[in-house]
Write a protein that binds this ligand. Structure first.
Ligand SMILES: Cc1cc2nc3c(=O)[nH]c(=O)nc-3n(C[C@H](O)[C@H](O)[C@H](O)COP(=O)(O)O)c2cc1C
Length: 336
């Protein structure tokens, strides 16, 4: 299935290919969104942003939270917060900062987030989550989407009820990661739950969870009827997965091309965050880059020692000869 032939609407915006980069904290930042969009990703949602912090405008302006990535036609900003009021106020600020569309995080399982009543804790209470969504749509004129999990635990799988309430409250679409909060990222995503949401609502449903290849993405659409697929972990160190999805054919680019994509990514990261922070973060992306690649152990050892953009460039240059042609990488399950 060529996702380049599929379109999904986000209010006035046509999103094609019908593929999304998942919001990922400290990952879905402008340089990485740019890398994924350049490979053919349809829409790259930002990392989650605290609605409450957004209202402290000066502090956020300094952190450039809403810098648009190059090639980013639609800036889709994910917010988290613990009440309709906080989320609506954060939404207003987000749109002032330039967001073209918003997403509400109703699934984050992290203790810090659920401890304050946000993320999966808000998703646990569909009535309040729907009130929050309605408050946001009343506060801003941009499309608003929601991202949910299966429920809190196996005893309280509430995604169909939540999806109905959110659709009634005006959600433009719903993305579904069918694991419970208690599962975190363990076990397998139960795609049959995505199909149940597709049956229950008339707005588009985005399927998410364990898509690692074009073949997986095609199977997810066939099995669930979802309108688009969202990819998270399989894009780490591998933005070209979106090229495979767009074409509908698996196969990573040759190693030199991957290294060029990475070189540009590192350059953009340094420009965005400054050398020190960028290199600290880029080390883990270098490790992701060589998952499953023959000849990687030496690269991996060197990657953990790089200190400067120059050292990263040298490492990537050396890798042209040290890394042998890699097969389409199979992403090991349970990654992270
Ligand atoms: C490092 C990391 C950070 C994440 N941060 C967020 C986030 O900020 N907001 C969110 O809704 N989900 C977040 N998630 C969950 C992903 O968006 C996605 O739902 C999940 O990884 C399942 O998709 P996958 O199997 O394609 O990775 C994060 C996941 C990872 C691995």
């Amino acid at each position: 299935m060529r996702f380049a032939d599929r379109t999904i609407l986000l209010g006035p915006h046509r999103i094609s290919p019908a593929t999304l980069l998942a919001p990922m904290a400290a990952v879905s930042i402008p340089p990485f969104r740019e890398a994924c969009l350049a490979q053919g990703c349809g829409l790259a949602t930002t990392e989650m942003v605290a609605a409450r912090h957004l209202t402290v405008r000066r502090a956020w302006r300094k952190k450039k939270p809403f810098e648009r990535a190059e090639g980013e036609r639609v800036l889709h900003v994910q917010l988290f917060g613990n009440s309709p009021e906080v989320l609506a106020e954060g939404a207003r600020a987000a749109v002032d900062f330039g967001a073209d569309a918003l997403d509400v995080n109703l699934g984050c399982p992290a203790r810090k987030v659920v401890g304050s009543g946000s993320g999966a804790a808000l998703g646990r209470d569909p009535a309040t989550a729907a009130r929050a969504l309605a408050a946001i749509t009343a506060a801003v004129a941009v499309p608003v989407t929601a991202k949910i999990r299966a429920g809190w635990d196996d005893q309280s799988v509430n995604l169909v009820e939540a999806a109905r309430a959110l659709a009634d409250a005006g959600a433009a679409w719903i993305s579904v990661h069918p694991r419970t909060r208690m599962q975190m990222f363990g076990g397998r995503a139960d795609w049959t739950l995505i199909a149940r949401v597709v049956e229950a609502v008339s707005i588009p449903v985005i399927g998410n969870g364990d898509v690692r290849s074009a073949a997986d993405a095609e199977r997810m659409v066939k099995d669930t009827g979802c309108a688009a697929v969202m990819v998270g972990r399989a894009a780490l160190g591998r933005p070209w997965i979106f090229g495979a999805l767009a074409r509908g054919a698996d196969g990573d680019p040759p190693v030199p091309e991957r290294l060029d994509i990475f070189r540009r990514y590192v350059e953009r990261y340094v420009a965005w965050a400054g050398a020190e922070k960028a290199i600290r973060e880029v080390r883990k992306h270098l490790l992701w880059l060589v998952r499953g690649v023959p000849g990687a152990p030496a690269f991996r050892a060197d990657a953990q020692r790089v200190r400067t953009p120059g050292e990263v460039s040298e490492l990537l240059e050396r890798a042209r000869t040290t890394l042998s042609a890699a097969p389409s990488s199979a992403i090991p399950p349970g990654l992270l």
